[in-house]
Design a protein around this ligand. Structure first.
Ligand SMILES: [Zn+2]
Length: 372
């Protein structure tokens, strides 16, 4: 649900440096101190800069996905109080799941050594993640936004980035925006976005229930069109845990987190527009039935600040108090389904229902979030 303002205007608050429980909701779950150690070894070793990045980017400041997920897995704070679920103890306890939930926003990847980014602070020896190389990350993110705008003006009707481009570019501004329940470009038919989301769900489900091997190339897994998106020598381990060794023994949990991220995003009005929920359950399941998706949005012409409001705690509170199934209830259902290792055949029924469209031809657009 969390995307980032194209214009990061919020000023870092030094109070973050001395956060107490009152500020606990603002902390960024970190997988461990590995990022900190890597940061100290890289040229981009500005710790204050790291806090600055944490403070200015709403994605890192307002951990909405974390609140939803923790509310779904164990916290009983109740509808409207999900932010109370984000405590230091719960973040530590569920750090691998939260790493997965965070992954689509901040996927770790290797910089090209032969063609390094022309950014002063990028160190190609260190896996790129916002926490490990904050200034490089921010520089590349801004570059992705600028280039995406140029490319979509020049050649509309297709994704700005694809295979061969950095994961960060593809996930936020390119062909992998289905990971966030969004169209890859203005005009993409809803049926196409949905198909990509189902492909991603099928892959992640396979990893989550330990059915798919995590050491085979993605292109050889036989998962729909996954090979088109990842044609190279890349395994699930490479994709989900480049440079982050600690999560590799629990990739099933990471995959569950990334899957939750996508479905959670589909409940954000900035990502998709849903009809009112009809009541009842998804056919053949005990999972609550949400409103159909009327259209997916695309980010290209959205104004970052308008988009971001929908990804805040206020929007989450309003939603969870007034909707059933809420995004928390749906997340809880999916976690329960994965924990009992439901087969894809059973899980697919749920995804078909959660991603039901009113019209597959409906083109993606900025919605009411359009802006200059
Ligand atoms: Zn997202």
């Amino acid at each position: 649900m969390v995307r980032i303002s194209k214009v990061a205007v919020r000023v870092a608050c030094l109070a973050l440096l001395t956060f107490s429980n009152a500020y606990a909701f603002q902390i960024l779950p970190k997988i461990s101190d590995v990022d900190r150690k890597l940061s100290s070894l890289s040229a981009d070793n500005d710790w204050l800069g790291q806090w600055f990045v944490d403070g200015v980017l709403s994605m890192l400041k307002s951990p909405v996905h974390e609140a939803i997920t923790l509310a779904a897995v164990e916290c009983d704070a109740g509808a409207g109080n999900e932010p109370d679920c984000v405590t230091i103890d719960s973040v530590k306890k569920h750090r691998t799941l939260l790493y997965g939930v965070r992954w689509p926003d901040d996927p770790p990847f290797q910089l090209s050594a032969s063609n390094p980014p022309r950014k002063v602070k990028c160190d190609v020896r260190v896996t790129l993640r916002s926490t490990a190389q904050p200034q490089c990350w921010k520089g590349l993110f801004d570059d992705a936004g600028k280039r995406a705008a140029e490319i979509s003006n020049r050649s509309p009707g297709k994704p700005a980035f694809g295979p061969g481009d950095y994961l960060l570019y593809r996930s936020h501004y390119g062909d992998l925006q289905f990971m966030h329940a969004m169209g890859a470009y203005d005009g993409e038919p809803a049926g196409v976005t949905r198909q990509r989301m189902k492909m991603w769900a099928r892959f992640l489900w396979g990893v989550a229930i330990k059915e798919l091997p995590t050491d085979h190339y993605l292109r050889d897994l036989g998962v729909d069109e996954l090979a088109t998106y990842f044609p190279g020598d890349m395994t699930a381990t490479n994709l989900l845990a480049t440079g982050i060794v600690e999560v590799r023994k629990n990739l099933d949990v990471v995959a569950l987190g990334a899957m939750l991220h996508m479905i959670q995003d589909s409940y954000s009005q900035a990502h998709a527009e849903r009809a009112a929920e009809p009541g009842g359950v998804c056919p053949g399941t005990d999972v609550g039935r949400p409103g159909k998706i009327i259209r997916f949005h695309s980010y290209a012409r959205q104004r970052g600040e308008l988009h971001d409001y929908e990804d805040t705690f206020d929007a989450l509170r309003l939603h969870s108090m007034q909707s059933s199934p809420s995004v928390v209830e749906t997340s809880r259902s999916l976690v329960a389904l994965a924990r009992r290792s439901a087969t894809w055949t059973d899980a697919e029924k749920v995804f078909d229902c959660l991603l039901e469209l009113t019209n597959p031809d409906e083109p993606a657009q900025a919605g009411r979030f359009a802006g200059p």
